[in-house]
Design a protein around this ligand. Structure first.
Ligand code: ADP
Length: 368
């Protein structure tokens, strides 16, 4: 079962990677799919072109990233018609993300009818969070009827990074706070390999400050924008998901641009950076309390792997808790950036969601 094709159809992009074992044989990214005025093809056309252009002989499986598994999927699922119907039924929970994944699944099943296909869900890793960590204190009947609860996302990344951190520490089991800071961002408390808390909720909107998403806000902001400012609901959704976070505070969604402006003394960029890092610190504090004992805090994804400034600022002032970032190790982005012998290691571990999807797809087929 060595050759696996991983397909990740995002809301406006398509990433693919062909693995032989852990080795990458082919990969690519098509962006701006479906954008007005863009010349990129649809997800289906793009995927057909990709599959025509790479050597798929001896393929053991196709692994599909599916963002929302709802309450139904707590682990990867070997795809059949029932699984597809269940993913279709979940579309209202992830209207931007699940439909493109379904297009990818349909094309791959049509083009490779004899190759098993596996759906790997971003939410599944968080199925181990106990009820008190996924339940919001709202009307119980409404919540049950409309499947309103915390699901959490970035599960393949948190699972991979927590496992790699445990290996890096030379331990067989560890409690890790993982901080996935990319365009989307989320924190996760991992206890001995199991997710016990995470910052995203019903959708990938809650929790940390992101490139274009607000993260946690008081829900009254929505009522206020509707009733007092007179904005229709669609516009409120648009502002909170596409014009909030770093872009809302500075006009830039890329942290590199924010950092540059901050260095030049721009007060809006300074405030955005401070808000971004403070929110991370608040979640670290919360997850220290959830876990009780923590072996490591690990940064990953575009910002986490590349920004010494964010790593240092978000953990500043936590020395009395045994959390220290060594400035030189941090600057060099060493795997462990805390001084030797600290009770809590601070780590930088590159994530690899596609490799995790390939491995989870193989495991799902072995146990099916
Ligand atoms: P995605 O969530 O789309 O997979 P990534 O994990 O690749 O995104 O993260 C992308 C983000 O990482 C960019 O928007 C940028 O803000 C940030 N980033 C990348 N390199 C750096 C860097 N050297 N310093 C600070 N931020 C960076």
């Amino acid at each position: 079962m060595s050759r696996v094709l991983v397909i990740n159809c995002g809301s406006s992009s398509l990433k693919y990677r062909l693995f032989d074992g852990d080795e990458t044989k082919a990969k690519g990214l098509i962006e701006r799919i479906g954008e007005e005025g863009g010349d990129a093809p649809s997800h289906s056309t793009a995927l057909r072109q990709i599959m025509d252009s790479i050597d798929l002989t001896g393929l053991a499986a196709v692994g599909h990233r599916v963002v929302h598994g709802g309450p139904r999927f707590s682990e990867p699922a070997v795809i059949d018609d029932d699984v597809v119907s269940d993913i279709v039924a979940l579309a209202p929970l992830a209207p931007l993300h699940n439909p493109p994944a379904l297009s990818g699944i349909a094309v791959a099943r049509r083009m490779l009818p004899d190759v098993p296909q596996v759906a790997v869900f971003d939410t599944a890793f968080h199925a181990t969070i106990p009820p008190e960590g996924v339940t919001w204190a709202i009307d119980r009947k409404l919540a049950e009827r409309w499947q309103i609860r915390r699901y959490g996302f970035h599960g393949t990344s948190h699972a991979y990074v927590a496992r790699e951190t445990t290996r890096l520490l030379g331990k067989s089991t560890a409690n890790v706070i993982t901080l996935h800071l990319g365009n989307g961002a989320s924190a996760c408390a991992v206890e001995g390999g199991r997710s016990v808390a995470t910052s995203m909720g019903l959708s990938p909107q809650g929790g940390l400050v992101m490139g274009t998403r607000s993260g946690d806000i008081d829900p009254t902001v929505v009522f206020h924008l509707h009733r007092v400012a007179g904005l229709p609901l669609d516009e409120i959704e648009d502002t909170l998901t596409r014009h909030a976070g770093l872009i809302g505070l500075t006009g830039e969604n890329d942290l590199r641009a924010v950092l540059q402006r901050r260095q030049g003394g721009d007060p809006a960029a300074k405030l955005a950076f401070d808000v971004y890092c403070r929110r991370i610190r608040e979640y670290v504090g919360a997850y220290l309390a959830v876990l009780g004992r923590v072996d490591a805090i690990t940064f990953t994804a575009g910002v986490g792997e590349n920004s010494p400034a964010v790593r240092a600022a978000s953990l500043a002032g936590l020395e009395s808790l045994g959390i220290v970032v060594d400035p030189e190790r941090n600057q060099r982005a060493e795997r462990v950036i805390s001084p030797d012998g600290m009770p809590i290691a601070v780590c930088v571990v590159p994530t690899d969601e596609e490799l995790e999807i390939a491995n989870q797809s193989r495991a799902a087929l072995r146990s099916s």
